[in-house]
Design a protein around this ligand. Structure first.
Ligand SMILES: Cc1ncc(COP(=O)(O)O)c(C=O)c1O
Length: 322
């Protein structure tokens, strides 16, 4: 048994989206990881149950991570650190980007939403001017070194909690939904949600479709690395190769953290047909993909949308954002 702390209310609900499913000709369901029940909900609570346990086991006094300033992970990590008496520093940019793709232009969340909750949980944010992801990672390592030099015992958490341990938590999540699905659709960004689910359903009839929320060139190799890490953690060798991950890379719009038209349309459709709230950075873009795949016949049968949360970012919308 791996060390684990209890943060979430599990299993999360899983229910039919009958009205929308009928319109799309699908047996459509949703897995409500937006309702994990810790610090406003979302997929990160599952990863944190293992990551925080490891930090505590290692005698850490301070946790350091990085992300965007509206990061849902930072919010949930901050709460977990607060509960377990650990310091929490997050090195953030408003719009980190991939140099190859350039800085995205468009609507992005304002200084509300997660930022309000980060303050509530006592997260120390180090805001760095927008730049390439590698600059953010380098700055995060420097901040961790500074804290270590000040006698803190630092536990580094990769962006989005995407270590093999984070992915492992989603192999357990998969057990909550059984194996009767033709498709599972989920947003993917730092990769451990997608990698864990794909690992769990590998070799079954269920196809796990990850919808990339940023134009990260190396996301596919990240998925392979994370799945290999789960092999190592579990001793169960699946040796997944990159062509075994279904990854859609046509729905991130202008780029990471920027709202997209297709995503905004999905937010409105789900809100009005099902009363279900999607977020503008991840779940809405994944749902936009689900809608297109259903309409063009690539998605059929019993379909599960894995809702990963992110509601605070929707609440950071200004009048012209949606
Ligand atoms: C609401 C939400 N959905 C999906 C994701 C993507 O999950 P992962 O980082 O495991 O790929 C994130 C990550 O930040 C998120 O906050």
């Amino acid at each position: 048994m791996r060390p684990r702390v209890s943060l979430c209310c599990l299993p999360t609900p899983c229910h039919s989206l009958g009205r929308l499913g009928h319109l799309l000709g699908l047996d459509l369901w949703v897995k409500r990881d937006d309702l994990t029940g810790f610090a406003g909900g979302g997929n990160k609570g599952r990863k944190l149950e293992f990551l925080i346990a490891e930090a505590v086991d290692q005698g850490a006094t301070h946790v350091v991570t990085c992300g965007s300033s509206q990061s849902n992970f930072v919010r949930q990590l901050g709460a977990a650190c607060s509960v377990f008496g650990l310091g929490c520093t997050a090195v953030v940019m408003d719009l980190p980007y991939d140099s190859g793709h350039g800085k995205p232009v468009g609507r992005f969340p304002q200084a509300l939403g997660n930022l309000v909750l980060d303050d509530l949980f006592g997260v120390k944010r180090v805001l760095v001017p927008d730049d390439d992801w590698d600059v953010l990672f380098a700055r995060t390592e420097a901040v961790a070194r500074e804290l270590t030099a000040c006698s803190e015992k630092v536990y580094d958490v990769p962006i989005g909690g995407s270590s093999p341990l984070g992915a492992f938590s989603f192999t357990l999540a998969a057990e909550e939904v059984g194996d009767s699905w033709d498709f599972i659709v989920t947003p993917t960004s730092s990769g451990s949600t997608h990698a864990g689910l794909a690992w769990a359903f590998h070799g079954s009839r269920t196809r796990v479709v990850g919808v990339a929320c940023d134009p990260e060139e190396d996301l596919r190799s990240e998925l392979v690395r994370l799945a290999a890490g789960v092999d190592a953690l579990t001793g169960c060798q699946k040796a997944m190769s990159d062509d075994e991950f279904e990854l859609r890379t046509d729905y991130f719009g202008a780029g990471y953290n920027v709202w997209s038209h297709a995503g905004n349309d999905a937010i409105e459709l789900l809100a009005k047909t099902e009363g279900l709230l999607l977020d503008p950075v991840y779940s809405s873009k994944a749902f936009a993909c689900l809608l297109d795949l259903a309409r063009n016949g690539e998605l059929f049968g019993k379909v599960l949308f894995w809702h990963t949360g992110g509601l605070p970012t929707l609440l950071a919308a200004t009048g012209e954002s949606l």
